[in-house]
Design a protein around this ligand. Structure first.
Ligand code: OGA
Ligand code: NI
Length: 390
């Protein structure tokens, strides 16, 4: 008999903070987490362009396939959703696009949205300002440090031990909504207009997430406002990922394989960048060709649980490039931390047994941010343990 008991008791390593953001944001470690020396990859690239410290060199099994296995179309083409057909189309167009959206969610867990009604100048501004931020001197960026074990500020998230492999990436992340997630000390003063642009951009992305969740609900034969009602005051966070060029992209990963702990994730890839995002489709890493001005959306763990696995949060990763740098701006949209989640009754019957237990989303978020990124392992937190007799 094999019994899978993979849940980690994360309470052993974290305690709830007493401060204003208790019950929610990144936990406070009981004892400082020892993460060892973390090279800043941009500085490394500047000062020793040919050096790849051992902590970045992946084990053979983890190394990326760069001439990514190009499956014949349509497998290489992530579905494209025309948002204007959903928002302004005639009946037939709306129904047709809801159907395409439902198919994309079920078969890919990822899609690109075009005509999303967010001003392209705003996309360009957030891109330029993020780039300017990463180009600031290290001392300036380090005024907003991401403390070990937390996920806001500048640095590398998800590092919990001295021997853990590191990603070829610099991150800058901020909690946005609800307001209590905000740590004002981490909002950069430079570049000018950075903070106010983040604010405007996030408002637009939030609206898009609400709309997409409505159409996703309709495509599942649910009431349009079901997720909005269930989620309460949604949690929103932003992360900018900067991937400098790497002399040996075959040895490193830009970002470790993972699924997102959100309900939906919105990814903006800066113009002119190389292909870097890869998603695991039918056991093959498929590179995603960005469409200019489109936004990449993916289903996160929350929707997988709510739909009892009908829609899955698909594993993805980022690879580095030998000559070009790459910038992405990622928004995570999730339910309020107070919400209890579990498969909705509509998706459970005798042919579809309940695969996930009910849990508090705040607890799940904590579990997510206190574990390293490891494919879909984090979701074991919610999986109903299966006993397989042999
Ligand atoms: C993420 C992510 C991919 C990318 O930040 O969760 O999957 O291309 N990013 O930066
Ligand atoms: Ni992701």
């Amino acid at each position: 008999m094999i019994e899978r008991v993979e849940m980690k008791n994360y309470k052993q390593c974290v305690v709830k903070s007493e401060g204003p953001d208790s019950a929610s944001m990144p936990p406070v470690p009981i004892s400082p987490i020892k993460v060892g020396h973390i090279d800043d990859v941009q500085e490394l690239r500047k000062t020793k362009p040919k050096t790849i410290p051992q902590r970045f060199v992946r084990d053979m099994t983890e190394r990326p396939t760069l001439t990514a296995t190009l499956l014949p179309p349509p497998h290489t083409h992530m579905p494209v959703i025309d948002f204007s057909k959903l928002s302004k189309g005639n009946n037939e167009e709306v129904l047709g696009e809801i159907f395409s959206l439902a198919t994309a969610c079920e078969e890919w867990g990822f899609f690109q949205v075009i005509n999303h009604e967010i001003d392209h100048n705003l996309l360009e501004s957030i891109e330029n300002l993020s780039r300017e931020f990463f180009m600031l001197p290290l001392e300036e960026k380090q005024k907003y440090p991401m403390a070990p074990g937390t996920v806001q500020g500048y640095g590398q998230a998800f590092v919990f031990s001295e021997d853990q492999k590191l990603d070829w990436c610099n991150m800058f992340a901020l909690g946005l909504e609800p307001q209590y997630l905000r740590n004002p000390n981490l909002w950069p003063k430079r570049p000018e207009r950075f903070s106010e642009t983040v604010e405007v951009y996030s408002g637009e992305i939030r609206k898009l997430c609400h709309s997409l969740l409505t159409y996703i609900a309709l495509g599942l034969d649910l009431k349009g406002d079901v997720f909005e009602k269930m989620f309460g005051v949604s949690v929103q966070a932003i992360r900018m990922n900067y991937y400098p060029p790497c002399s040996r992209p075959d040895l490193v990963l830009g970002l470790s394989p993972h699924s997102d702990g959100s309900a939906l994730t919105v990814l903006q890839q800066a113009k002119g960048g190389p292909v870097g995002l890869q998603i695991l489709k039918d056991n093959t890493w498929v590179p995603i060709q960005p469409i200019p001005n489109a936004l990449v959306i993916n289903i996160g763990d929350t929707i997988e649980v709510l739909t009892n696995g009908k829609y899955r949060s698909v594993e993805h990763r980022a690879v580095a490039h030998e000559e070009k740098d790459r910038l992405s701006i990622v928004t995570f949209f999730a339910p309020s931390y107070e919400v209890e989640l579990g498969p909705m009754p509509e998706f459970v019957d005798e042919n579809h047994p309940c695969k996930y237990r009910r849990y508090n989303h705040g607890e799940y978020s904590k579990h997510y941010v206190t574990n390293k990124l490891q494919g879909k392992k984090t979701l074991d937190f919610a999986k109903i343990q299966t006993k397989i007799a042999n």
